[in-house]
Write a protein that binds this ligand. Structure first.
Ligand code: F6P
Length: 359
């Protein structure tokens, strides 16, 4: 048996732990493992395919990033191809990819990625490639799994940033608006905001009313609390408005969400007369060593993916449905983006603590 592993989309802490677990589990079965570099680029002649041995995965479980590297611009069904004049056209290179995998004697592929990579895995499975998916994203927005590895690490990074902002905001009587990642889901904002005791948390699931956010800030002032930490998810937007988008994306890349913190800080300053600052936590949330929780989840996913290959679960992905790791059709997970359940206990708890959601 010869399997290949690929990592696609944005990196997330825990990717290397999945790779390590999958490689060791496969070797334990006497299988050979290859690593496709940079998404599927390695199978399309734009990067390489390497053997993954015990040596290759030694000492990587605690490292952030991915030893295979990754891209969110490498959809083989719509692959950006550079023209002589520097412009890009998109080509469907999926047949070429499947042919190259066959030529390398690859019997199955483990594709580790978020919704974009899982959608690609699903389409490749439909075309006959034997693929098993492993859900990955710091955003925690993949349906069918209680959580994805990378999320816990990102929440901890954001929480620590909120802790640090508290002291400077309090010293200066300022409002600090911190933007976190998550695209159209507010999990990172909600979890880090509650854990870090933010005063307002704005998430895409609840379009915010600026007046309500300012009321909450002024109500605190009346109680003698002159500073505030507002956590805003990058995809949050005002009621009746739209999410902020940053500049141009690269060819083949989805549009980039973000920039809301700066405009929000400006508006809060105008409306309340309080001094405001903003910061975008950005890719710090994707870096660093995975937490213990993420390493364990990633390790379980890696082992379960090899089991899914052995069981011939083509077109399925592994998922956490506590206490078990299960498999389900990727198609099911892609039906909708997982978003914060507004009736969840964490939402209710946060509201009881007096955290404003701008509604
Ligand atoms: O999906 C993961 C994620 O980090 C999102 O939270 C964020 O919007 C996006 O990727 C950023 O992508 P890039 O690395 O292309 O800036």
């Amino acid at each position: 048996m010869r399997i290949a592993i690929t990592t696609g989309g944005g990196d997330a802490p825990g990717l290397n732990a999945v790779i390590r677990a999958a490689v060791l589990t496969a070797i334990d079965r006497g299988w050979h493992v290859l690593g496709i570099k940079k998404g599927y680029a390695g199978l399309l002649g734009d990067d390489e395919v390497i053997p993954l041995t015990r040596d290759q995965v030694r000492g990587i479980g605690h490292l952030g990033g991915t030893i295979l590297r990754t891209t969110n611009r490498g959809n083989p069904f719509s692959y950006p191809v550079r023209q002589a004049d520097g412009s890009f056209i998109k080509r469907d290179r999926s047949d070429e990819l499947i042919e190259n995998a066959r030529n390398l004697g690859i019997n199955a592929v483990i594709s580790i990625g978020g919704d974009g990579s899982l959608a690609i895995a699903h389409r490749l499975a439909q075309k006959g490639l034997r693929v098993v998916g492993v859900p990955k994203t710091i955003d925690n927005d993949v349906s069918g799994t209680i959580s994805t590895f990378g999320f816990d690490t990102a929440v901890n990074t954001a929480m620590e940033a909120i802790d640090k902002l508290h002291t400077t905001a309090e010293s200066h009587d300022r409002v600090i608006v911190m933007e976190v990642m998550g695209r159209h889901s507010g999990f990172i904002a909600l979890h880090s905001g509650v854990a870090g005791a933010a005063h307002a948390i704005l998430i895409p699931e609840i379009p915010y009313d600026l007046a309500k956010v300012c009321d909450a800030i002024m109500a605190r002032e009346k109680r003698g609390r002159f500073f505030d930490v507002v956590v805003v998810a990058e995809g949050a937007y005002p009621s009746g408005g739209e999410e902020s988008v940053i500049g141009e994306s690269m060819p083949g890349q989805a549009r980039r969400v973000g920039g809301v913190a700066e405009s929000l800080a400006r508006q809060i300053q105008e409306k309340t007369g309080k001094e405001c600052r903003s910061l975008v936590l950005g890719h710090l949330q994707r870096g660093g060593m995975p937490t213990g929780y993420d390493r364990l989840l990633a390790t379980r996913f890696g082992g379960a993916a090899v089991q899914a290959v052995e069981d011939g679960k083509w077109g399925h992905m592994v998922a956490l449905q506590s206490p078990d790791i299960v498999t389900l059709p990727i198609e099911e997970a892609l039906l909708h983006t997982k978003r914060v359940d507004l009736g969840h206990d964490l939402m209710k708890t946060a509201r009881r603590l007096g955290i404003s959601f701008g509604d």
